[in-house]
Design a protein around this ligand. Structure first.
Ligand code: DGY
Length: 318
C-alpha cells in the first residue's frame, strides 16, 4: 500500500525524520528556517507538519491544496495556525502537549535565576577580560528562596514551574481564567483579577498561550502594579508582552530584570533589548532538550497518523 504523503517544513531531529520516513512518504527539508514555498510543496500532500514561525493564517489555509487534511505542529503553541479557518476547511490540527512541560518550565526557571542573580552580566564580565576579582558589592542581585512567584497561566507548564519553585521555598500566586481544583493548585493562591494578583508578584512568570486574547497582556498599566524591583520571565509567547512598556520599566529600574526566551516578531526582536544589561535573552530554547524534541516528534507524528485514519488523538486542537 502506498504511504501517505507528508510535508515537513523544517529540519527535525534525525530519529524523528527516520520515523516520519518509516510511516509516511515524507518530504523533508534541510532548512532550519521556514520554507518559502510551503503552498507549492503542499501539493498532493495529505498532511503538513509545521513549526512555530510557519504562518498558517486564514489566507494561507484557504490557499492550501485540497489534498491537505491534517496540520500537525511541532510545538504545543498553535497561535501560528488559524485553527478556526482550518476546521472550516475540514482540516484537523494537532500539536505536542505534555511532553515539553518540564523542559519549558526548566527554561523559565533558568531565566528567573539568571535574571535574579545577574548571571548574564557576570558571564559577559568574565568573557570581556575586565573582571578584576571578587568584590563584596559586585553585581549584587536578589535570591528567589522564600520570595513570591506569580504565575500567569497555571496550565501544564505553569504547574511544572510552580513545582520547581516550591522546591526553592517560593510562595506561589496565580492568575488564570478560573480557579483550579486543589490537586492542581497544590496550595497556590488564586487571584480573580490582575489588580489583586500583580502586587504579589516579586517574580512574574508568563505561561499563558499566545494569540488575540493575551496580546500585550503585560502592558504599562500592569507593570506599574508589580512591586518595585520585580523580575519578569517569559518563556511562553512574545506576544504576551508590550515591548515598549517592558523596556521602559527595565530602564527606569521599576523592574530589576527580565528573562526572555520569546519575542514579538522573533527572530527580529526589539533592538532596545540588546542595549539593556538587566535582561537575559535566549533564542526560544524552551523545549530544546534532545529527549524533549524527540518526544515532541513522536507525539505529533502519532497525532497526524490517528487523524488521517479518522480517529481523535489526545493532541487534537480545536
Ligand atoms: C512550543 O512548543 O510552543 C514552543 O514554544 C516551541 O518549543
Amino acid at each position: 500500500m502506498p504511504k501517505t504523503a507528508l510535508l515537513i517544513t523544517r529540519r527535525l531531529p534525525p530519529a524523528i525524520e527516520a520515523l516520519a520516513q518509516a510511516d509516511f512518504d515524507a518530504s523533508l527539508t534541510a532548512s532550519d528556517t521556514p520554507i518559502p514555498d510551503l503552498l507549492a510543496r503542499a501539493k498532493g500532500k495529505a498532511a503538513v507538519l509545521c513549526c512555530p514561525g510557519d504562518k498558517l493564517d486564514a489566507a494561507t489555509i484557504a490557499a492550501l491544496p485540497d489534498s491537505v487534511k491534517v496540520i500537525g505542529t511541532f510545538s504545543v503553541g498553535f497561535d501560528h495556525i488559524d485553527v478556526g479557518a482550518a476546521t472550516a476547511r475540514g482540516i484537523a490540527v494537532c500539536n505536542t502537549p505534555d511532553v515539553l512541560s518540564v523542559a519549558t518550565a526548566e527554561c523559565a526557571f533558568m531565566l528567573m535565576l539568571t535574571a535574579a542573580r545577574r548571571a548574564g552580566e557576570g558571564e559577559r564580565l568574565v568573557r570581556s577580560g575586565k573582571w578584576e576579582g571578587w568584590a563584596p558589592t559586585q553585581l549584587l542581585g536578589t535570591g528567589v528562596a522564600g520570595r513570591k512567584l506569580g504565575i500567569f497561566g497555571l496550565g501544564r507548564i505553569g504547574r511544572e514551574m510552580a513545582k520547581m519553585a516550591r522546591g526553592f521555598g517560593m510562595e506561589i500566586h496565580y492568575r488564570d481564567q478560573n480557579r483550579l481544583p486543589p490537586d492542581l493548585e497544590q496550595g497556590a493562591t488564586f487571584h480573580d483579577s490582575d489588580a489583586a494578583f500583580l502586587p504579589h508578584c516579586e517574580f512574574l512568570s508568563l505561561h499563558a498561550p499566545g494569540g488575540g486574547g493575551t496580546r500585550h497582556w503585560l502592558d504599562a498599566e500592569r507593570i506599574a502594579r508589580l512591586p518595585k524591583g520585580a523580575v519578569v520571565v517569559n518563556a511562553a509567547r512574545g506576544t504576551l508582552v508590550d515591548d515598549a512598556a517592558l523596556i521602559a520599566a527595565l530602564r527606569s529600574g521599576h523592574l530589576a530584570g527580565a528573562g526572555l526566551d520569546v519575542f514579538n516578531n522573533e527572530p527580529k526582536l526589539d533592538p532596545a533589548y540588546l542595549t539593556l544589561e538587566n535582561v537575559v535573552l535566549l533564542p526560544h530554547l524552551g523545549s530544546n532538550t534532545q529527549e524533549t524534541r524527540d518526544a515532541m516528534g513522536r507525539v505529533v507524528l502519532a497525532g497526524i497518523k490517528t487523524l488521517l485514519a479518522g480517529g481523535t488523538p489526545h493532541n487534537q486542537v480545536r
